[in-house]
Ligand binder design. Structure first.
Ligand code: FAD
Length: 382
């Protein structure tokens, strides 16, 4: 029997209760991957939420996946440790072949294989995905991949990686979005042809530079048709934007929960600081922004589950949720006074983590550009 969203939220909340502030704080300080948490989530089946039941997954939709990630972040945890296993499904389930699904999905659903890496960004192609230079050249029954990616998260914790590479030189194309292809790379077979350098960041995120030097990928692992990869990767990116919006909503609710509890307990000048409207109004204001973002996220997830392929809803959800979470983060910092900066309270860690979503997986300026040009029809600036 499939779980309802309420049942799912209750189950995830119960699981997260075993991984409290001390657990995440220790992982953050040690820059350690939260293996125990990811294993518990895998064992409970949550990371296979989107995988159809015939392959051993829960067979649920993106709306349910959103519940899982939101609850993890609301509890004070960090779903970024494992969220890619959900958003990569947007590409694989919609565009992968029956053979690819049969070969990989049962292993992923059983927790034997991890698909946690999504490789798009390059040093000279961040926001402008069409400028990527990593090349996949067809040689008989396989492709040979050479190039470099940056900020590829969890590649060291993954068996499989979804990769976007160029299969036709950009000079030979009329349309910038053509000539790109998507591959499901089995990193266990890559050997010396893949080199990985971790990038230190202000959060515990396991992001890396990845160098490909003649890595062979079987043609059978190309997802969909050659040259149509941009369209396929957008399925994953739209899912990613909706899912990460859910993490921001979880973060925002975490800040509001913590700030309102603290404001109701902390006494200064002989009364609770939360009795002052200068303290309580910003918390109420931040809460309403989060609820509004959640409504847009819910609509985007419902449309995605219904087969929608446009980027309007996913982009708007990601933009609104990241801003609402960042506003709530600052409100919590103000409410906690000096203790907001103290690691023992957890606010500063979540503050750093919440900031990421203003930049990734798509910078908010690029969302504004999408809405201005694709939704409102104004002239393009690039
Ligand atoms: C911790 C972390 C994890 C990540 N994980 C992954 C991952 O797993 N896989 C992956 O592929 N990528 C990943 N990324 C990369 C992320 O998606 C990019 O950082 C993001 O898309 C922005 O690209 P960029 O950093 O190159 O910024 P740039 O594209 O260089 O942009 C820099 C700034 O300029 C602005 N800008 C650029 N062009 C315009 C314009 N035309 N108009 C207005 N403003 C503009 C942007 O808004 C941004 O503020 C990760 C990044 C981080 C920080």
């Amino acid at each position: 029997m499939k779980l309802s969203r309420e049942q799912l939220a209750t189950a995830v909340r119960a699981l997260c209760a075993d991984f409290g502030h001390d657990y995440w704080q220790r992982a953050d300080e040690a820059r350690a991957y939260p293996h125990e948490f990811v294993e518990a989530l895998t064992d409970a089946g949550h990371l296979a939420c989107l995988i159809p039941e015939e392959y051993g997954g829960m067979g649920l939709g993106l709306r349910e996946a959103c519940v899982i990630l939101e609850e993890i972040n609301r509890s004070g945890g960090n779903a970024a440790a494992c969220h890619a296993q959900m958003y990569t499904m947007g590409t694989l389930l919609r565009h992968g072949s029956a053979d690819q699904k049969e070969r990989y999905l049962p292993g992923i659903a059983a927790g034997e294989l991890r698909l946690q890496a999504f490789a798009v960004t390059e040093p000279d192609a961040g926001s402008d995905t069409t400028r990527i230079r990593t090349v996949a050249e067809r040689r008989g029954d396989h492709y040979v991949v050479s190039g470099q990616k940056v900020f590829i998260s969890r590649v060291l914790q993954s068996d499989l990686m979804v990769l976007l590479a160029r299969t036709t030189p950009i000079e030979e194309l009329e349309k910038r979005t053509a000539g790109l292809s998507v591959f499901l790379v089995d990193l266990r077979d890559a050997g010396e042809a893949v080199r990985v350098n971790p990038i230190d960041t202000m959060i515990n995120h396991e992001s890396c530079e990845v160098f490909f030097d003649g890595m062979e990928v079987p043609a059978a692992n190309r997802i969909g048709e050659e040259g149509r990869g941009f369209r396929y990767i957008m399925s994953g990116m739209n899912a990613e934007r909706i899912l990460l919006a859910s993490e921001s909503i979880g973060d925002g609710l975490y800040f509001v929960d913590r700030a309102s509890d603290y404001a109701s307990a902390r006494k200064v000048f002989g009364r609770e600081i939360g009795a002052n409207q200068g303290v309580q109004f910003p918390i109420a204001d931040a809460y309403m922004d989060i609820r509004a973002a959640a409504a847009v996220r819910d609509e985007a997830a419902r449309e995605y589950d219904g087969g929608e392929t446009r980027g309007e809803g996913p982009n708007m959800a990601k933009y609104l949720a990241s801003r609402a979470a960042w506003k709530a983060a600052n409100v919590a910092m103000d409410t906690f006074g000096g203790w907001g900066m103290a690691t023992e309270y957890g606010i500063e860690r979540k503050f750093r983590e919440a900031r990421l979503y203003m930049v990734a997986p798509v910078a908010n300026n690029l969302v504004l550009s999408h809405v201005a040009t694709h939704v409102l029809g104004m002239p393009r600036s690039f």
